[in-house]
Ligand binder design. Structure first.
Ligand code: GRF
Length: 209
């Protein structure tokens, strides 16, 4: 089977990226990583990528904090296209995507989020879960559209909230689940077990069937 060509975007430590790399190396996911990109040149994710001799792209520094300037996002989208990425995986990428990327990869960008969406979208979802005193939270892999954490849900994993949990202990438990869920979804997309979103921006971000 021809490996699925992945572009990975992240802003932070890159533990989900590492889990994906490991699953590919073990032969569990028929994919190859063709580009690792970050909006933060100091992201540990980039160090991991360089150690692995994977091609990297670092976005130019802009003035906005929550999104990239259209020109900078266009360069990123073009780098992903030139690398031949078929699927873009947001693994801890902290900026909101806009038209330059969404337009180049319609229905081909997924994100992992540390809660059972639609509960607790946005930042520090594990803290939101603790504050809401839920007994269960989890993680979600979903298609990306222009609504933050609002695209069609692909798959979720549940994680219990335990008595005495701190933000750190709960986040760590959610991350363990993420490290299983993300490679599993990429494997099932690569092998055709999960249908691809035709264009998740249509029909309010829901599947068209
Ligand atoms: C993950 O918890 C993911 O759900 C969220 O950002 C975090 C990234 O962690 N979107 P890492 O950089 O993969 O360790």
């Amino acid at each position: 089977m021809k490996p699925l060509r992945l572009g990975v975007l992240g802003s932070g430590k890159g533990s989900n990226f590492v889990a994906l790399v490991e699953a590919i190396r073990q032969g569990e996911v028929p994919a190859e990583i063709v580009l690792v990109a970050s909006d933060r040149k100091e992201a540990a994710l980039l160090e991991h990528a360089r150690e692995l001799k994977l091609p990297v792209h670092v976005c130019r520094r802009g003035t906005f904090r929550t999104k990239l300037e259209p020109e900078i996002e266009k360069e990123l989208a073009e780098a992903l296209v030139s690398a031949g990425a078929e699927l873009v995986v947001l693994a801890g990428y902290m900026r909101v995507l806009k038209e330059p990327l969404l337009g180049k990869f319609p229905g081909r960008i997924l994100n992992i989020h540390p809660s059972l969406l639609p509960s607790f979208p946005g930042l520090r979802a594990w803290e939101q879960a603790l504050q809401a005193r839920v007994i269960q939270t989890g993680c979600t892999v979903h298609w990306v559209n222009e609504t933050v954490d609002g695209g069609a849900i692909i798959r979720q994993a549940k994680v219990p909230v335990k008595a005495g949990d701190t933000a750190e202990s709960l986040h760590a438990r959610i991350q363990e689940a993420e490290h299983r869920l993300l490679p599993e979804v990429v494997r099932e997309l690569a092998t055709g077990k999960i249908p691809w979103a035709e264009d998740p921006r249509k029909d309010g971000g829901r599947w068209k069937d």
